[in-house]
Design a protein around this ligand. Structure first.
Ligand code: SF4
Length: 217
């Protein structure tokens, strides 16, 4: 039986280089599509961002935005929350929202996704948010083969420069909401199709969109 060719260091490097080039093209295309991409949660302070992001794990961003104005009016800051029951909030949150991934993930209810939102949107540090859209799209776009969010985050970090991490993930989220839907990706009208291997997309959707692309070429 013929043995599959062994991957040499050279082929691995070439694959990594071409992934980075494709990542750069995809990042540029997404930047043209969604120049103003930003998180859809409403907040003004790091503490409000933390609370809103934790709440958004339980329901939609729209719903969070409906309840947080009243919540932030009632409990405007960490001090107010710390003095409100349950008392354990005071012990857990303390006086300041921490600024590093290592410290943020020690807070209850805070995983890497929430921590990356804080890093990217409040503290101006590169933060690659892997939510359900980023997970789905980065697999379809062939930028990762993993399903575990932490591994996807590492794969994307290898493909993109740190300055792209936050905007790229926000733009992928928008693209997932507007075009690359979970059940019926709109490949026929997708601006990324030239660089998308459509991993896991149904064969009939792929065939339709490829036909359209070659007709336009
Ligand atoms: S071409 Fe299809 S699978 Fe690829 S990003 Fe666009 S909608 Fe998603």
């Amino acid at each position: 039986m013929k043995q599959p060719a062994r991957q040499t260091k050279g082929t691995r490097t070439a694959r990594a280089d071409s992934l980075r080039e494709r990542g750069a093209r995809l990042s540029g295309a997404l930047a043209s599509l969604y120049p103003e991409a930003r998180i859809s949660l409403d907040f003004e302070t790091s503490w409000q961002c933390l609370v809103a992001t934790i709440l958004s794990a339980q329901c939609t961003d729209e719903r969070v935005n409906r309840v947080t104005p009243a919540l932030f009016r009632e409990i405007p800051d960490i001090a107010a929350m710390a003095s409100a029951p349950p008392e354990r909030i005071e012990r857990l949150i303390g006086g300041q929202v921490p600024r590093t991934m290592e410290e943020l993930v020690t807070l209850p209810g805070v995983g890497r996704k929430t921590a990356n939102v804080l890093l990217g949107h409040v503290f101006g540090e590169p933060g690659l948010v892997v939510d359900t859209h980023v997970r789905r799209l980065s697999r379809r776009l062939g930028l990762t083969r993993n399903t575990d969010p932490e591994k996807i985050e590492s794969d994307l970090q290898r493909v993109l420069p740190p300055s792209d991490w936050t905007p790229f993930s926000m733009r992928l989220i928008l693209h997932g909401r507007r075009v690359c839907f979970a059940r019926s990706p709109q490949c026929e009208r997708c601006a990324l199709i030239a660089d998308c291997p459509q991993v896991g997309v149904a064969a009939n959707v792929k065939a339709r969109s490829r036909k359209k692309v070659s007709a336009q070429a």
